[in-house]
Design a protein around this ligand. Sequence first.
Ligand code: UDX
Length: 504
Amino acid sequence: HFNRKELRRGSMADHVLVFPFPLQGHVNSMLKLAELLSLAGLHVTFLNTNYNLRLLASHSVAYARLARSPRFRFLSIPDGFEDERRRSASRLLDLLESLQTRSVGPYKDLLLDLQHRDEDGYRGWPALTCVIADGIMTFAADVAREVGVPAMFFRTVSACSIWSYLCIPELLRTGELPFPEDADLDEPIRNVPGMEGFLRRRDLSIFCRNAKDSSDPRLRLVCTATADTVRARALILNTFESLEPCALEHIRSRCPVTYCIGPLHALLRTYYRLTSRSDEEEVRSTASASLWQEDRSCMSWLDAQPGRSVVYVSFGSLTVMSPEDFTEFWLGLVNSGQRFLWVVRRDLVDGKELGEGAAAAGATPAQLEKATRERGCLVEWVPQEEVLAHPAVGCFLTHSGWNSTLESLVAGVPMLCWPFFADQQINSRFVGEVWRVGLDMKDMHGRDIVEKMVREMMEGNKAEELRTSAANMAEMARDSVSSTGGSSFTEFEKLIQDIRSLRP
Ligand code: UDX
């Protein structure tokens, strides 16, 4: 039974350092985890890179609120990577390498400082109890252990993707990887236990598809980082038991202490309610961990649209698409006759001018812009959780990033998936084939496909069927975070007890 006062009283003497990989998708979920720890009574240091802290301080509503909290503080260290081009999946390895070389020293010094009671500036802060590091940065846990601080890992991706990554050595051993040249991508995968029968080559991460041999750097990164993650004393995942039971069972056979405490943004709402911040609207708008300015004008645009009439389109924070693909999507959306709200980040389209792609596709930007003014709205960055919860939104055309997937599941919005990299290929397969809350448009291109699938998502029997399963799934997600026996709620309490047991 939840006794908030008791839980908070018992946790006051603990201090956790939360250290995300410095990209939007990682900062979002780990800031939510950090806020939850703080609501449970712990002292929390949230460690950013200097660059991201500046962005967070300028744009995040959550930052503004948490920075005032007496048990929460933001600190930062350099990452040696000070330019905007970081916002691209192709720079991921460079960013990690830069962190490994440039941040390790300052990070170690910080941990050594925090091991002692903090008398300076933050009077009364307890010594560091443990580090929760992003599982992609295994060095963060190594350094913590080196200085004698226990470390746990948090992974921002789905359990199904983690399980598939853990199977990569077996896929290599049995010759299923690398794929032969001209491989049939619809061929089933045999050596990911629990996913036989529906997992195809094309559903494995794009890293697998692109790898020529086992020395491929991205393949090695996912393999070693994941193998290291499950060797941790505890693994924390942003998922819930009833969503991925099979993958979780397999992961627990390697890492018995695995806490599933997601969807984190929904668990946070439960905690807000328990701490009597009950206004749903306020809850959504105060949780934002955006690194960029949110354009709230889209909310009044949505207010003016009929119920479930809008296709919300966003490819997350890292996807970069060709001008040709961009234009085909644009034409498909316009030709579908549906209303649409599209997040077009300044760096969404690769290099060339938008107009070039449009001309090649037989349309001028002016024609597209005219059609968009009639039925669409393009913005650079939106408050996504709020958008998905808006009654005007009928479906989500998404790249299947894990945060976006969870946010859509909780809001009960069916998804049309166009995955790009990392866990997105497998997430979209689960959306289409396992959870049946959307359609998988993986590897399909062209305006006609987009038009056809958007219509299917919005009109007719299929659309109705998807809405019903999305509503059921939303209920399952809500159950998991309920304060009366929800699995994620209960596991979060266990995590707090576990952290408390580590107190030096
Ligand atoms: C990536 C991976 O895709 C993801 O699978 C991994 O778990 C974390 O890193 P990203 O590609 O950015 O992240 O996608 P996603 O996980 O969906 O995260 C994007 C976040 O940005 C979401 O929380 C979404 O709400 C937020 N967002 C997106 C906004 O707040 N506004 C926007 O306009 C678009």
